[in-house]
Design a protein around this ligand. Sequence first.
Ligand code: MG
Length: 180
Amino acid sequence: MEDVERVKAEALQIMGVFQVLPRLIVFDLDQTLWPFYCECRSKRDTPSLFPQTRGILHALKHQRVDVAIASKSPTPDIATTFLDKLSIRSMFVAEEIFYSWTHKTDHFQRIHSKTGVPYNSMLFFDDDNNNIKERQSQISKVGVTSILVGNGVNLGAFRDGLTKFSQNSKASKNKQKRPK
Ligand SMILES: [Mg+2]
């Protein structure tokens, strides 16, 4: 496990570069926050996060950026047990963990109605390209920025996500400014 404080400091430095930050960052769980699938594990196990994930969560808390969970895990009881064991459960303002046939559109509707945060102020990290692609095509109009993670939430993915979010918000501002 990497040093949490060092990763937190680096994450804060990355955040400092951007003029606009998301109001809410939504995370998938399996293969995004932690390197396994809950349904293949037992509640008795001791879970661990990806090495840089905790430092990034602490940096977000420090900067008062809210965090939420959107997971399609078929075993929400194991997922919540693991969140408790990792002592991170209380950090999340919304925890949507349920199986669904949709590409998490219903997860996002619930998160939106619980938090009141506009979709275009949300950034979403997921390792499943189906959820990302689907969101871009079907829900692009609602404006959630999505980032595909290949090796969990780490500083590289974090920087990529914030970059894409800031590009999207600039683009939508320019659209508003453009005369009819
Ligand atoms: Mg996943």
